[in-house]
Design a protein around this ligand. Sequence first.
Ligand SMILES: Cc1ncc(COP(=O)(O)O)c(C=O)c1O
Length: 407
Amino acid sequence: MSISGASGGKPEYRLADRIQQVAPSATLAISAKAKKMKAEGIDVIGFGAGEPDFDTPAHIKAAAIAALNAGDTKYLARKGAALVDLIARKLKEENGLSYDRAQILVSNGAKHSIYNIIQAVCGPGDEVLIPAPYWVSYPEMVRLAGATPVFLPTDAGSGFKVSPAQLDAATGPRTRLFIFNSPSNPTGAVYEPDEVRALAAVLAKRRLLTISDEIYEHLLYDGAKFLSLAAAHPAMKDLTVTINGHSKTYAMTGWRIGYAAGPEPIISAARKLQDHSTSDPVSFAIAGAAAALEASQEERERMRAEFDVRRRYMVDRFRRMKGVQLATPRGAFYAFPDVSAHYGRKLSGMDVKDSLTFAEACLVGARVAVVPGGPFGADGFVRFSYATDMASIREGLDRFEKWLEGR
Ligand SMILES: Cc1ncc(COP(=O)(O)O)c(C=O)c1O
């Protein structure tokens, strides 16, 4: 790295082109402001968190503590192979997918898994198809690999789902990868098994490699059914890298456990990258993650049922708000209402013109923190997470409604 001006004034650092392609987090400014208000003693209600408010179940914590006490503190986690076998069992029993050990890579969170896979398969000149709205990190990870994200727009009218014809038409000679996420962050959309099969038929015909991010697999409501993309067509197992992890299902966001399962050459390429960058995840977190898969899944269902109660309440409230349109979310823990009817208004003394200014005005005027939809590729929308307690949801929506009505 060349540093000019080092012998005198302030040094100037030349950053890599790669990092300059990446957008800073537009949502960070709002989170920082909400944090500052809280620190000043202002009671802000936060709908921003993308993580369960529940604590990690006790038996999972106990397993990690036991591992620590047993000296499981080395590079090679004692439970490493056991966790991979338990993941293989989970994928077989719940998803109908058979993988051997060499086809599974455990990483430091699903985010890390996706990053490693994208780095392993994409480079300059490659295009990656991403349905919009999308999880904010997908396009940035694609850019970090030097590749180009290509967005497939969806709207509330289509339930925020891409159609097989749309996917087919968008696939071209440079298309290297498709990123699929159901249930979706931020829309809560869930592709029904028939819809997954129809997309799989196009992907199989095109021989298009796909990342299927299934991290919200177990957060389904209103009878929504889940089907893994890799199991949706006989050709898809060889064309899919399935991503999953413990963060959302077991309230383990801080543990950083995620995994990728897929074709051995791709998994071993991603493993090479991981071996030279982060190595394996934390040894005792691996022990906790194994316990989560080994024990009864009652806690998982208890949390899902609680999210559902909150979701129903939110849907009902948004339905009755003026200038707010919500497509009913059927998965994950987000509501993604269209608030664009309010753009052009002056709210909290501010000119509201897009999702960012809407979220800023809402924070200042209603003391409610929401996430702007712009960075998710949907600027008419804001995201409310219902991974927060009912009392806060009630109070937060009361404030929000009053603020919109100018009361
Ligand atoms: C769609 C989606 N994928 C992956 C992740 C990453 O999860 P983690 O890295 O905590 O496993 C998130 C987290 O917000 C997400 O919303």
